[in-house]
Design a protein around this ligand. Structure first.
Ligand code: G3H
Ligand code: 13P
Ligand code: ZN
Length: 332
């Protein structure tokens, strides 16, 4: 049993309170390996931003849970070594069972998501409440994120072709019955690099897909029902066209990629949305640089030389997001 305070981590409670009052969102960046962790910490220390290090079930399978836990401890020490102690949360992304959440809580996570959004409303409540009871009874209070509404897109264990927007009429009942600390909602975002079908979009003069706007009307309704309650936005990558074009220039194929425009995320961050999840943009940034390097330097075979530009690009991207999109820079 490891308690997260032993690792130097914090839960989301205070961070979300400050984010809502300050009109910004905390970045939740997924990581699976050392280079991603280094880039996230470098970017967040440089911009003095709090950060949520996010681990999916797939990341646990890929990297090993003990290694990830110790990388989070390393992240705390790395930030210190870089000269600024930012608040760091270790969060389970899309937990799909009580046992997985319990395991994470007992091994040092300071926050978990229980994603019961694919179950019936009643089952979602029962499962989320069970996780909250366990998480909140720990010596160090572990925060819990629940989800109402379904996002389209594919994740490791959860996939859905169509999204179902969150119903504002359900949120008060859900929050009261489960005692969740934050709520992920569905207002049009989705996971992955192709967030809308071409049919859902229009095209600009260059043929670039322009997505339909997020459903801010639903977000406003939800905010009225649960004023000041922390809201989470999943599937919030912007899918920068520059990365898509670079990947395609160097041999990749990413047909019909489209993300959430930055101005809409900025607007969301100023509302009760206080956690914004980004994974796909990081994957695109790294892949673009890796492809470029391998094409331009066909004789290179040192993984450090191949991964260094990718890590630098990731750091640049996340620093940019903290400053210009989420507004979290300077808030640590
Ligand atoms: O929302 C899902 C995240 O992008 C994690 O993806 O399950 O492939 O690690 P993953
Ligand atoms: P993206 O696929 O838009 O990066 O979303 C990531 C996410 O929601 C992780 O939970
Ligand atoms: Zn997600």
């Amino acid at each position: 049993m490891t308690s997260y305070s032993e690792l130097g981590l914090v839960n989301t409670k205070e961070l979300f309170k400050k984010a809502i009052n300050g009109g910004y969102a905390i970045p939740a960046y997924n990581f699976n390996n050392m280079e991603q962790m280094q880039a996230i910490i470098q970017a967040c220390v440089e911009t003095k931003s709090p950060v949520i290090l996010q681990v999916s079930a797939g990341a646990r399978k890929y990297a090993n849970q003990n290694i990830l836990k110790n990388m989070a401890r390393g992240a705390v020490e790395y930030a210190h070594e870089l000269g600024y102690d930012i608040p760091i949360v270790l969060h389970l992304d899309h937990g799909d069972s009580f046992d997985l959440c319990k395991d994470c809580i007992e091994t040092g996570f300071s926050s978990v998501m229980i994603d019961g959004s694919h179950f019936s409303y009643e089952e979602n409540i029962a499962l989320t409440r069970k996780v909250c009871e366990f998480a909140h009874s720990q010596k160090d209070y572990v925060t819990v994120e629940g989800e109402l509404g379904v996002l389209a897109g594919v994740e490791d264990d959860v996939s859905s072709e169509h999204s179902h927007y969150t119903q504002p009429d359900e949120v008060v009942d859900f929050v009261n019955k489960t005692k969740v600390d934050s709520l992920a909602i569905s207002i049009g975002t989705s996971h992955g690099r192709a967030k809308f079908t071409p049919e859902q979009c229009t095209r600009d003069a260059n043929g670039v897909l322009i997505p339909p706007p997020l459903r801010f009307d639903i977000l406003e309704e939800i905010e009225k029902k649960i004023p000041g309650f922390p809201i989470v936005l999943h599937g919030a990558s912007s899918v920068p066209i520059e990365y898509v074009q670079m990947i395609e220039k160097y041999g990749g194929k990413l047909t019909d990629s489209v993300g959430i425009p930055e101005d809409q995320l900025r607007k969301a961050a100023k509302s009760a949305v206080c956690k914004i999840n980004v994974d796909s943009d990081g994957r695109l940034a790294m892949t673009a640089q890796i492809r470029k390097l391998l094409v331009e330097k066909p004789d290179e075979f040192d993984p450090r030389k191949i991964l260094s530009p990718a890590r630098d690009e990731l750091k640049k991207l996340y620093a940019y997001k903290n400053k210009n999109v989420l507004g979290s820079a300077g808030q640590a």
